[in-house]
Ligand binder design. Structure first.
Ligand SMILES: Cc1ncc(COP(=O)(O)O)c(C=O)c1O
Length: 472
């Protein structure tokens, strides 16, 4: 630690666990006593808890109060065997999931969408396992609809460069050409460039509310209207902001419409496991009308295993996570979401003005709750490394090089925002004073940003993932 306090950095390297605990490369001949397993897991969890609990992590844990975590854990325990694939055994999960979808749709403008509830045109949707799955499902849906209804066999999707990596994943998985359009100096999608990029094979346009890197909201009204005028689908990715921006709007913050109040918005993704305060593993994907949702569904009628259907990618699913998601939404309630949003937005404003006051740093983009910053004078990744030495886990971003902190309830706890700003000032001073200090991640980021052969960078990432599965 460079700030000389007593706090040990958390165990970041999984290898350190291998030195400390037994490694199991084969199923043990005799089962280990449950008490021993629980004791070991509690010890490991306690090594990791401080960092997220005390607000050192950007995003990651969006609620994290002990009583909330204990409540969700109890709900999980009650429902741990539930699997919504077997709706006859667990109709409870059908109830939870349909209500989660309905509550999310209502929060995101379904009641002002012009599409009547209870009709085939209503705003509808399904649960998924997270933001990435919601996005993958929606993109597959548009691909399949375009093939069926327009005979498009070489589909493309138009997304701003700042749209989440999940759209790249969808393009790779589903063989959809990814057309990336630039963002303006404020990091907002360029509408004119989007219009120019549309072809007869375009199946969907995308905008984010907000995008992950800088927390900036794209011009959703213009983009969705453009899509509507061309008879193309429009997806608002509100994975990050879906459960925060509606409350920000109600609190009087300037939040332009981004949801089903806009007639051109035909689908949305909104993550319950972020600002919805559910346990990790749930998100909602919504559609304008059941016809569109049908393209998401999987059915097979001739399999010897029976008539089979499933709404999303998985077959069997953890019903307990759906139950915990429902319980989170019901227990937090509108008042809880409003109060949490107020605390998060006030803390984020404090953090943003503190960052803006540090001479060597520049804030990137206008955001309500993400603070992205770069530097013209310093290597920003070294600043990120110096912050990591002080316990902080910030997100390193590139094109352009910057770093961000996404504010959650963890940073609203007393003293956390102040500690962040103090550590940031010290880190900036440290990096300014020590030009020869290399840091840990800075050289890797620097190299990854400058190597022209992206295949080399891709291979390095593959090696990195291989390392996750090595047991020695
Ligand atoms: C805007 C946006 N979209 C999609 C995602 C993907 O969500 P997940 O990590 O739950 O798959 C994220 C995650 O941060 C996000 O910020």
């Amino acid at each position: 630690m460079t700030n000389g306090d007593e706090r040990e950095p958390p165990e970041a390297n999984i290898k350190s666990y291998r030195q400390r605990y037994d490694t199991h490369e084969r199923i043990p001949a005799a089962g280990r006593p449950r008490d021993a397993i629980l004791a070991e897991m509690e010890e490991i969890a306690s090594l990791e808890e401080e960092r997220w609990h005390d607000g050192f992590a950007s995003g990651s844990v969006y609620h994290g109060d002990q009583d909330h975590v204990d409540f969700l854990s109890k709900v999980y325990t009650i429902n741990s065997q539930a699997n919504p694939l077997h709706t006859d055994i667990w109709p409870s999960v059908v109830k939870y999931e349909s209500e989660i979808v309905s509550m999310t749709a209502s929060m995101l403008g379904a009641d002002e969408s012009g599409a009547e509830r209870g009709t085939p045109a209503e705003i509808c949707g399904t649960l998924s396992s997270g933001g990435t799955e919601s996005i993958l499902l929606a993109m597959k849906t548009y691909r399949d609809r375009a093939r069926e209804e327009k005979g498009i066999t070489k589909p493309n999707m138009i997304v701003p460069t700042t749209a989440h990596a999940a759209f790249h994943k969808a393009a790779q998985y589903f063989n959809i050409e990814l057309v990336q359009i630039p963002v303006d100096a404020d990091f907002r999608a360029d509408v004119a460039a989007t219009e120019e990029a549309i072809t007869e094979n375009t199946v969907v346009l995308v905008g984010s509310s907000p995008q992950f890197p800088h927390g900036v909201i794209d011009p959703i009204a213009e983009l969705s209207e453009l899509a509507r005028s061309r008879g193309i689908g429009f997806h608002t990715d509100a994975c990050l902001g879906g459960f925060l921006l509606p409350w920000a709007h109600r609190l009087g913050y300037d939040v332009p419409p981004f949801d089903f109040r806009l007639p051109g918005v035909t689908s949305m993704s909104a993550d319950t496991h972020k600002y919805g305060y559910a346990a990790k593993g749930t998100s909602v994907v919504l559609y304008r009308g059941q016809d569109l949702r049908h393209y998401q569904y999987f059915t097979t009628t001739d399999w010897p295993g029976g008539l089979y259907c499933s709404p999303s990618f998985a077959g069997s699913r953890p019903g307990a996570l759906s139950a915990a998601c429902w319980a989170a939404m019901i227990s937090v309630g509108e008042e809880g979401y409003l109060e949490s949003a107020r605390r998060i937005l006030e803390t984020a404003a404090k953090i943003r003005s503190g960052v803006a006051a540090i001479e060597e740093l520049q804030l990137f983009g206008d955001s309500l709750f993400v603070s992205a910053f770069g530097s013209e004078e310093l290597d920003i990744y070294k600043v990120m490394d110096a912050m990591a030495e002080r316990g902080w886990s910030l997100n390193g971003l590139h094109k352009p090089a910057c770093v961000h902190l996404c504010t959650t309830l963890r940073q609203t706890e007393p003293g956390v925002a102040e500690r962040f700003l103090e550590d940031l000032k010290q880190s900036v001073a440290f990096v300014s004073d020590q030009p020869d200090w290399t840091g840990a991640m800075a050289p890797i980021y620097g190299m990854a940003n400058t190597i022209p052969d992206r295949g080399v960078v891709r291979d390095a990432l593959r090696d990195h993932m291989d390392s996750w599965y090595r047991t020695r």
